[in-house]
Every structure is written in structure tokens, then in C-alpha cells.
Design a protein around this ligand. Structure first.
Ligand code: SF4
Ligand code: SF4
Length: 94
């Protein structure tokens, strides 16, 4: 079965932990010359406002793929781990 990425949220549910599993030090993003996270995150958790020169990150819809951790060359996270037990994303493939 093929799934369009835009449809992935039809096959997922979340139990959001108030304690964020990813904490971004967004000050680092101001001087980042790539901002690969914005284009690589399949859940669109990262949003860059060029006019305000500000990064916004939300962990609520994180798919736990790990891509942002891999692509960020500045290691801009003060915390990056998977959610605590019982929290996070659940995938349903049927
Ligand atoms: S790649 Fe890292 S430093 Fe650059 S904008 Fe994304 S999170 Fe910030
Ligand atoms: S782990 Fe994946 S889904 Fe979660 S914020 Fe990073 S890139 Fe986005």
C-alpha cells in the first residue's frame, strides 16, 4: 500500500506528552544557513518566519522519524529523545 505523505495523518494518532521530547534552542536557527529541518520534517513541525527571523517548533505532531536530528549541523537541541512510554505517535497501516 502506498501512502501519500499528505495523507499520513489519516493513519496516525497521537498521545501528546506535555513534557516535550524535543527541545530546540531556536536562537541557533537565526544564524543557520540551511534550515534543512524546515524542508525535511514530514510533519512540518518547523516553521521559519523570514521577516521576523524567528523559528517556531512544535512537537505535538512529531512522527519520531529522527530526520531533524540528522540534518541539523548545529546540534541545536538541548533535548532530543523519543517520547516517554505511552506517549507519542501511533501508526495504523490498515
Ligand atoms: S537545521 Fe538546526 S539550526 Fe538550522 S534551522 Fe533547523 S534546527 Fe535550527
Ligand atoms: S523527528 Fe521527524 S517528525 Fe519529528 S520533528 Fe524531527 S523531522 Fe519532524
Amino acid at each position: 500500500m502506498k501512502i501519500n505523505l499528505d495523507e499520513i495523518f489519516d493513519y496516525t494518532s497521537f498521545s501528546v506528552d506535555r513534557e516535550a521530547h524535543i527541545v530546540l534552542e531556536s536562537d541557533q536557527c537565526t544564524s543557520c544557513d540551511q534550515r534543512a529541518c524546515v524542508v525535511c520534517c514530514p510533519a512540518r513541525c518547523y516553521s521559519w518566519d523570514e521577516e521576523a527571523r524567528k523559528m517556531t517548533f512544535v512537537h505535538d505532531g512529531c512522527l519520531e522519524c529522527g530526520t531533524c536530528y540528522v540534518v541539523c549541523r548545529k546540534e541545536a537541541f538541548s533535548r532530543w529523545r523519543y517520547p516517554r512510554g505511552g506517549f507519542g505517535v501511533s501508526f495504523r497501516m490498515t
